[in-house]
Design a protein around this ligand. Structure first.
Ligand code: AVI
Length: 321
């Protein structure tokens, strides 16, 4: 069962955030807008591309270590997953957990399509009940935490290195906000992509087939459709670059000629110089030690970590202090 919907006016908010982002000296669009239905479908394709090992690494670590992870969890517990996506990567862990206790699983997603997919994907697991929340992460988590019964802990799943899409200070603040909704002894399983050679990272965000380029450019298509923009797709190209100071891969859209773009519903006309870019996303990469440091700084301790060695990736079990 999927409960209620957000009733904000996304178009007004979208228009305001596009206006604000394109007025900055380094033009910027928020990465959350990459994920409309088309963007989410393209991301599913990215996750099976040979160049992009992140999602498969996440799944492998969870599949190989599911029983050991469950051994280390404070039971009984209910599970909240922030940004479940299709739910595919969570299957093994939920199966292992449902083997030990009847498990209430609460995927939290702003996309109703993802929630429906998740229910379809995981609906066959015995001793698992699924109640999804169509909410922003922290609002949804507060609702889930309020459902805990006496003596029950909460496990927060934040997988797929989604934390990497925050810059480092914002990532820390997000962990602090999560901690604030938990009580001591509650747990969080955090999936993070680890630093790897720059050429490998750049390939992962600029694949030969151009799926990531389409994922990035879809943001312009979305602005054209939803905000009456007139971006000409042929005049922008996808670019992935490594930022060594931020230790992140950045996605940009580069204007290939001087041009002016009008976005009627945002009430703006924006000039682009040749070569100027719009920054659309950052994916931060971590070391395993850094993750435990982040846990310590935000009110958790790192109880255990599991790794994938084919595509360096870590699953860290953090316990609220
Ligand atoms: C969802 N997120 C963790 C992905 C990442 O790797 O940062 C999104 C993505 N962007 C381009 N490729 C994948």
């Amino acid at each position: 069962m999927v409960t209620s919907a957000i009733t904000a006016q996304p178009d007004l908010e979208f228009a305001a955030e596009v206006r604000e982002g394109l007025a900055k000296p380094q033009k910027e669009l928020l990465s959350k807008y990459l994920y409309d239905d088309v963007g989410s479908a393209l991301f599913e394709v990215i996750s099976v591309l040979p160049e992009y090992g992140l999602t498969r690494a996440d799944e492998r670590v969870l599949q190989r270590n599911a029983f050991e992870i469950v051994e280390k969890l404070p039971l009984p517990m209910l599970v909240a997953e922030l940004g479940s996506g299709s739910g595919k990567k969570t299957r093994w862990l939920l199966k292992a957990l449902a083997h030990r206790q009847h498990t209430a699983y609460h995927p939290i997603e702003i996309s109703p399509t993802a929630l429906a997919m998740c229910k379809r994907e995981l609906g066959d697991i015995d001793s698992l009940s699924i109640v999804g929340f169509e909410r922003e992460y922290l609002d949804g988590l507060e609702e889930v935490a309020a459902r805990r019964k006496k003596g029950q802990h909460v496990l927060v799943l934040f997988l797929g290195s989604t934390i990497g899409n925050f810059d480092r200070p914002a990532g820390l603040q997000f962990l602090r906000n999560i901690r604030a909704t938990l009580v001591p002894g509650d747990a969080m399983l955090l999936g993070t992509d680890l630093l790897k050679p720059v050429p490998q990272l750049l390939n992962a965000y600029d694949d030969a087939l151009g799926v990531t380029a389409a994922f990035n450019k879809n943001l312009l298509v979305r602005i054209n459709r939803e905000l009456a923009g007139n971006f000409s797709l042929g005049d922008f190209e996808h670019e992935a670059r490594f930022n060594p100071w931020a230790r992140s891969v950045e996605m940009h859209l580069r204007s290939t000629r001087p041009q002016t773009v009008t976005i009627a519903a945002a009430g703006i006309s924006v000039r682009f110089a040749e070569g100027e870019t719009i920054w659309t996303e950052s994916s931060h990469k971590y070391t395993k030690e850094e993750i435990c440091g982040m846990a310590k700084d935000t009110g958790f301790h790192c109880r255990a970590q599991w790794f994938d060695h084919e595509w360096p990736f870590a699953e860290s079990l953090l316990i609220a202090e």
